[in-house]
Every structure is written in C-alpha cells, then in structure tokens.
Design a protein around this ligand. Structure first.
Ligand code: AP5
Length: 261
C-alpha cells in the first residue's frame, strides 16, 4: 500500500492536468441532450476507469437514469436486505455477484417508467452471460428505439490503482472525489453538502487486486463480444474528466471520436 501511495504522491506532485469542477465550453454545451431519443447506453471499463463519474454526467446531460449495479448492491448491503446479505461477502472479496441476482436487479430497475427514454448502465453487464441476457431483455422491452450503445473507457493499470486508492465518495449525493486527482476544496468534506466523505471498503490494495483479476477474467471478454457485433466504441479515459466526457458524447451520438472498434 505504501508503495502505491508514494507512486500516487509523485504523480499528484507532477500534476494530473485534471481541473476540478471546470467545464470548458464545447459545442456539446450548446445542445440540449434532453430531446435526443437516447436508448440504452452500456459503459464498459476496468474498476476505477471512471464509469461512475462519466455515467453521472451522461445521465445529467440526456436526462436519463444512471443505473449502477455496484450502487444498488451497496445500498442493499447497507440496508441489510436478503440480496445485500448474499452479496456482501462476495463484494468484500472483490469477486462478482452471481449473474442471476444481478440480472434480476437490473430487470426490476429498467422496468420503471423513468427508463422509457433510455438509461445508462454502469457496471453491467460484466460477464458474457449478463450481456446475452441484456440483449434478450432489451429486445423484449416494448418501445426500445435505438440499439444499445456500448462505450469502453480505456485507462492504464497504474492510473487505475491511483484512482481506486484515492477515491472518496459523498454518502449523501454520491459525488465522487479523488484525494490525488480531484480533491475536495476542504479535506475530507463534500464540496456540495459539506458531509464527511468515505472510502469504499473494497478500495483496499488487496481487494483492488482481486477486482482487477475478476475484470481481466470475466469482463474483458465482453470487448470481443461487442466488437464482433460491430457495437464497441472506445474512449481514452486517461484524459481530464471534461475531455473524456466530450469524447463520450460523440461516441454515444455516433461522431468522429467513436472510432476504435
Ligand atoms: P462497482 O461499484 O461497479 O465497481 P467497479 O466496476 O469496480 O468500478 P468502480 O466504481 O470502482 O470505478 P468506476 O469505473 O465507476 O470509477 P469512478 O468513476 O468511481 O462494483 C463493485 C462490486 O459490486 C463488484 O466488485 C462486484 O462484486 C459487484 N458488482 C457490481 N456490478 C456487478 C455485476 N454486473 N455483476 C456481478 N457483480 C457486480 O472513478 C474512480 C476514481 O477516479 C474516482 O476517485 C474519480 O474521482 C477518479 N476519476 C474518474 N475519472 C477521472 C479522470 N478522467 N481523471 C482523473 N481522475 C478520474
């Protein structure tokens, strides 16, 4: 852990180029994404790639729900539901929760009326079996207007470690910070509501290592799954948040930055 933190300190001292809460004007700002028939968006990427950060921005821009299977599971763990009890130990080890449990959770969520115009899935699918299930579910869902857009957020291993060990989250509004890359204005406190930030229990060096192994073994094959169907779009996730976001919107709307299949 010490080595990781020292490496992270060195990186932070050099400066990451990330400007906190600064969003440069882009042509995208001029458009209202809320009128676009979005459909379903899947964000792929390793733990710490920035899926949650980008999913919140996408959801806000298009006015669609952000569905994070990790958040739903953590909420169930916190409330001590049956689902939460089943998932708790698996998540603490850094393994994947069973496909049946997660598929059931997603089925319930995407049935809700706020998903009719579209939704962004963060952390789902994570196995080929989940992806096959999702395709069938969406094909059966009445009113599905656009084929699912799949965007892979690409980030190098060293950057992932720094992002995961440095992540802090607000328990009230879910805002995500990073003590090295995107620190809050006041140490340990949310910029928006002033609440004490927390570190996720699975963001320890040991569990991070297991999560990255699970990703390589079970989730990475999804890139091939979607690539073979000509559905995979990629963005370079190792840029400032605002730049990733701009590339992401282009990828979703089928523009130039959608290259990389
Ligand atoms: P989940 O909550 O989905 O975790 P994850 O996939 O490991 O992804 P993370 O939330 O860790 O990272 P992220 O990509 O969202 O990055 P973030 O935006 O936070 O899953 C947790 C567990 O639940 C799993 O291990 C599994 O057990 C279970 N689970 C969930 N879904 C499942 C499924 N479908 N099937 C089975 N089990 C499932 O960013 C990370 C950090 O980087 C932050 O500090 C942020 O501030 C910073 N950052 C983000 N973008 C940038 C940038 N561009 N530049 C600099 N810093 C950045």
């Amino acid at each position: 852990m010490k080595a990781l933190l020292l490496a992270a300190d060195a990186f932070a001292a050099e400066g990451s180029g990330v400007k906190r809460n600064v969003r440069p004007a882009t042509s995208i700002d001029a458009m209202s994404g809320k009128n676009i028939p979005v459909g379903s968006i899947v964000l792929l990427g390793a733990p710490g790639a920035g899926k949650g950060t980008q999913a919140k921005l996408i959801a806000g821009h298009y006015g669609i729900p952000h569905i994070s299977t990790g958040d739903i599971l953590r909420d169930n763990v916190a409330r001590g539901t049956e689902l939460g009890r089943k998932a708790k130990r698996v998540m603490e080890r850094g393994d994947l929760v069973s496909d049946d449990l997660v598929n059931g959770m997603v089925a319930e969520r995407i049935k809700q009326p706020d998903c009719d115009r579209g939704f962004v899935l963060d952390g789902f699918p994570r196995t080929v079996a989940q992806a096959e299930w999702l395709d069938k579910e969406l094909a059966a869902k009445a009113g599905e207007k656009r084929p699912t857009v799949v965007v892979d957020v690409d980030v190098s291993y060293n950057q992932l470690l720094q992002r995961l060990t440095g992540r802090r989250t607000c328990p009230v509004d879910g805002k995500i910070y990073n003590i090295y890359l995107q620190p809050p204005k006041n140490e340990g406190l949310c910029d928006v509501c002033g609440t004490q930030l927390f570190q996720r229990v699975d963001d320890t060096e040991e569990v991070i290592s297991e999560r990255l192994k699970s990703y390589e073994r079970q989730t990475k094959p999804l890139e091939d799954f979607y690539r073979k169907q000509g559905r995979l779009r990629r963005v370079n996730g190792e840029q400032p948040v605002e730049k990733v976001m701009a590339d992401m919107f282009r990828a979703i709307e089928g523009g130039a930055a959608a290259a990389g299949d």
